[in-house]
Write a new protein. Structure first.
Length: 350
């Protein structure tokens, strides 16, 4: 008996692998935009879940950013129901600032943040153990290239994680053309790039969306033309290798931080222990310390970490360092104390 077409088999196997730790009866949700990637994911998940005993549903987010977005969402939801997914939730979100909104990261970032909030809420509402996203190997390669172009460390070049909290990305090893083939094999007609179509004018205002489009439409094709098709999987492989290295460095930096802690509240660290460590570990430990003290991750920049580093290795009596989130770092008597917002840091420096 002939098996399924190779791309369909690959998609199913990817879903089975990424959900392999879930017990029978576990509930999962496919985050479906109606585009080829997430529609293929919906089809593969419906098939695999029925055989493995998982309860698979879907969630479609309507960003309400363009006329007709409700119909796009309703169509995606109907396709998910036809595939046998249950329940299928549609969540309409209010993107802060609306069309043309000017949040710190632009409307694209506001839409993404609203979407991830809605996915988390939907998962809680149905008791889902995982939310599946349709990012492919091509998305991963684009992300690596974008981040390389911006100048990034290991953590950033590791790009998207296959599993992070509730979120799982089974298709990071699949090409975009494979998800299109899965849709064709299942007789599914994807919406034409629902992200872009739904976003239209507001998306044009956002630099990150334009940069991604430039990478997708011009930079990667130029690299493929110059260096051959292997460049796309090679970029994605880079992310995978760096993720492993980054995990090791994070674990070692965590051990360094634990060994440097002399008090937990406010977080107080022994400066000599940190100064004796490798700079790659020290910078990670300082970043984690700042986060632990309450600095928001998105706002913590190189300039803040450089100032913390100077308190450890270049101390000459300088005053406190102000970190995002109202956190204040101060060196006194060979110790580095990080005071969360609202706590009185007390006296002078050493
Ligand atoms: N409106 C939405 N509702 C639910 N999930 C979404 C929505 N938009 C994106 N996602 C999820 O995030 C993933 C990545 O979305 P993004 O728009 O960045 O990529 P994409 O390659 O265009 O994906 P797709 O072809 O599935 O739209 C999607 O595959 C899907 O799982």
């Amino acid at each position: 008996m002939a098996g399924p077409p190779p791309d369909v088999a690959a998609a199913r196997s990817a879903v089975r692998t990424v959900l392999g730790d879930l017990p029978p009866g576990a509930r999962v949700l496919v985050a479906c935009s109606g585009g080829a990637d997430s529609l293929a994911l919906a089809a593969a998940t419906a098939f695999v879940a029925a055989r493995e005993g998982w309860q698979a549903g879907a969630v479609v987010v309507d960003h309400k950013l363009a006329p007709g977005s409700g119909e796009v969402a309703a169509r995606a939801a109907a396709q998910c129901r036809d595939l046998g997914l249950d329940p299928v939730l549609v969540r309409a979100v209010d993107v802060r600032g609306g069309p043309g909104g000017t949040g710190a990261g632009g409307p694209e970032a506001a839409a993404r943040s609203a979407r991830y909030d809605a996915l988390a809420e939907a998962a809680t509402a149905v008791g889902a153990a995982a939310v599946l996203l349709g990012h492919t190997l091509d998305d991963q390669a684009e992300t690596v290239l974008l981040r390389l172009a911006r100048g990034s460390g290991i953590r950033s070049l590791a790009a998207m994680a296959p599993v992070r909290g509730l979120l799982r990305r089974p298709f990071l090893g699949l090409r975009r053309e494979q998800t299109e083939a899965v849709c064709r094999a299942a007789g599914l007609e994807p919406a034409r790039d629902p992200g872009n179509a739904a976003d239209g004018p507001w998306r044009a205002a956002d630099g990150s969306a334009l940069r991604r489009a430039a990478v997708r439409e011009r930079a990667l094709p130029a690299l493929v033309a110059a260096l051959g098709p292997g460049v796309v999987p090679a970029l994605a492989r880079t992310a995978e290798q760096l993720r492993r290295d980054g995990d090791l460095l994070d674990a070692q930096a965590g051990a360094l931080l634990d060994g440097a802690v002399v008090a937990a509240a406010p977080l107080t660290l022994d400066a000599a222990t940190l100064a004796a460590a490798h700079p790659a570990l020290r910078s990670r430990a300082l970043r984690t310390a700042a986060l632990r003290a309450g600095a928001p991750p998105g706002a913590l920049a190189a300039v803040h970490l450089d100032a913390l580093e100077a308190l450890v290795t270049g101390f000459h009596g300088q005053g406190a360092v102000q970190l995002p989130g109202g956190v204040e770092a101060r060196r006194r008597c060979g110790r580095l104390a990080l005071h969360p917002a609202g706590t009185p840091p007390g006296g002078g420096t050493e």
